[in-house]
Design a protein around this ligand. Structure first.
Ligand code: NAD
Length: 447
């Protein structure tokens, strides 16, 4: 089950195969690259290469037809030096331990990038939730929490939603945990429904955080939104909101896609209509809606692969990891990439992007809006005092803009790419915390 240094060949959704490196091994390569630009002791770096705790569980679920199915699940707590573990729970048939370890590692870096008092964790269950009834999904979610309840807590590790999990699932999990510990514990999980202690502004926080990053870039590059063509891969929670906010500012969203493929319209899509149609039919369709009446508009159907290779000004991968690989990077021509998904670019493909001067706003910054508002939710739960949506959005904007510029400065100072700068920025914060407990230079000097 442990990660190997090997390269795996994984079957993709479209039944093709592709050489994809082991995700955790590939993820921690970034640490070595950033090390020389960070002021951090090698011991602290070494610590980050090993997740603190890995929990593997099996969850028995009684299905609606009376049969029993057993689902495998994981929770990886990568690091808690700067605070309780924090990170989402993913339901997906391709969940595997290496992926969850990589995602937990990215959470450690992400919470440090935006300066939150959290470490990093992540969880996942191997399941295709689309095949389960609502009752089966509830039993699985409650069952998973029962299995990991001893290892999580508001001061220990705080889960949240991720791919194919949502606020209702978070609500069931909070309820189950509260039953187990015999007290209402809203701060055990974030991304909950608002009436159960969720935060206003959490639903669109990931897309909004990416949007705030792009607004800072817009100012730096003196962009006029109407001239900027954007393609968004993945039209779920994160992808829809970033597309909606950019569209409202006048950006031209020329393409969007989901797991079943995408649509392209050179003059730009009417994003609110596409969102409405997706909510109604669960498909991305090129439509224009007036109220509940939608008309099809002319557009081209494209594949996810084609979307990544479109001649656009900004490409936003917002689906899954390993989308930009050595196989397709030479055809990726967008000069700016905003990584709303976690790990959409392999490290070798990333080098190719750096070589052709593509500006990549890396995942650990670009999608940190979600965990930032999760942090606000946790603070509000612990205080029992709730904020308005404007306050949430304002605080989020301040943090995203502040950290965007801090990372941009590191990038300019060392003449490095933005991802390496973001890791160096995170390493400095994590390193300070680890080193403040002593390193070999302190312990081997007894004077
Ligand atoms: P989601 O489940 O709401 O949406 C995922 C979307 O990706 C869906 O539209 C799905 O159809 C599409 N998709 C799945 N497989 C695809 C494929 N092979 N090609 C193209 N599209 C595909 O998930 P989400 O919460 O929007 O998460 C998307 C990404 O953003 C993930 O990488 C996740 O880790 C990351 N992220 C999410 C949050 C959050 O708060 N939701 C926070 C940080 C990072």
């Amino acid at each position: 089950m442990t990660s190997s240094k090997s390269t795996k060949v994984r079957k993709k959704d479209d039944n093709t195969t592709d050489s994809i490196p082991d995700l955790f091994d590939d993820a921690i390569k970034r640490l070595d690259e950033a090390f020389e630009y960070a002021n951090i002791h090698p011991e602290a770096l070494e610590r980050l290469k090993h997740p603190k705790r890995t929990i593997q569980v099996s969850v028995p679920v009684r299905m609606d037809d009376g049969t029993l199915r057993v689902f495998e699940g994981y929770r990886v707590q990568h690091d808690d030096t700067r605070g309780p573990g924090k990170g989402g729970l993913r339901y997906h048939p391709q969940v595997n331990l290496s992926e969850v370890k990589a995602l937990a590692f990215w959470m450690t870096c992400k919470t440090a990038v935006v300066g939150l008092p959290f470490g990093g964790a992540k969880g996942g269950v191997i399941v295709n939730p689309k095949e389960l009834s609502h009752l089966e999904l509830e039993r699985l979610s409650r069952g998973f929490i029962k299995e990991i309840a001893d290892f999580i807590g508001p001061e220990v590790d705080v889960p949240a939603p991720d791919v194919y999990t949502n606020s209702m699932i978070m609500g069931w999990m909070m309820d189950e945990y509260s039953d187990i510990v015999r007290r209402r514990t809203p701060a055990i999980i974030t991304g909950k429904p608002i009436p159960l202690g969720g935060s206003l502004g959490r639903a669109d926080a990931t897309g909004r955080g990416a949007y705030y990053c792009l607004k800072e870039l817009e100012h730096k590059r003196h962009w006029k939104p109407q001239d900027i063509r954007v393609a968004v891969q993945g039209f779920g929670n994160a992808g829809q909101h970033v597309a909606r906010l950019l569209h409202a500012d006048g950006y031209k969203i020329v393409a969007v896609s989901d797991s079943s493929g995408g649509i392209y319209k050179e003059t730009g899509l009417d994003v609110p209509s596409v969102i409405y149609a997706k909510e109604q039919t669960r498909q991305v369709k090129a439509v224009y809606c007036d109220g509940a009446i939608c008309e099809m508009v002319e557009a081209k159907n494209i594949t996810n692969e084609e979307l990544l290779e479109l001649d656009v000004d900004v490409l936003i991968p917002a689906a899954l990891e390993n989308q930009i690989t050595t196989d397709n990077v030479k055809n990726v021509v967008a000069p700016v990439i905003v990584e709303v998904a976690n790990g959409p670019t392999t490290s070798d493909a990333d080098k190719a992007l750096v070589n052709k001067d593509t500006l990549v706003i890396p995942d650990i910054l670009a999608n940190a809006g979600g965990v930032t508002v999760s942090y606000f939710e946790w603070v509000q739960n612990k205080a029992g005092y709730y904020w308005g949506v404007d306050e949430v959005n304002h605080k989020l904007q301040e943090i995203m803009a502040r950290e965007f510029h801090a990372i941009y400065e590191v990038m300019d100072e060392h003449d490095i790419d933005m991802r390496t700068a973001a890791y160096a920025h995170a390493l400095n914060r994590i390193g300070q915390a680890i080193e403040s407990q002593g390193t070999s230079s302190y312990f081997s000097n007894n004077d």
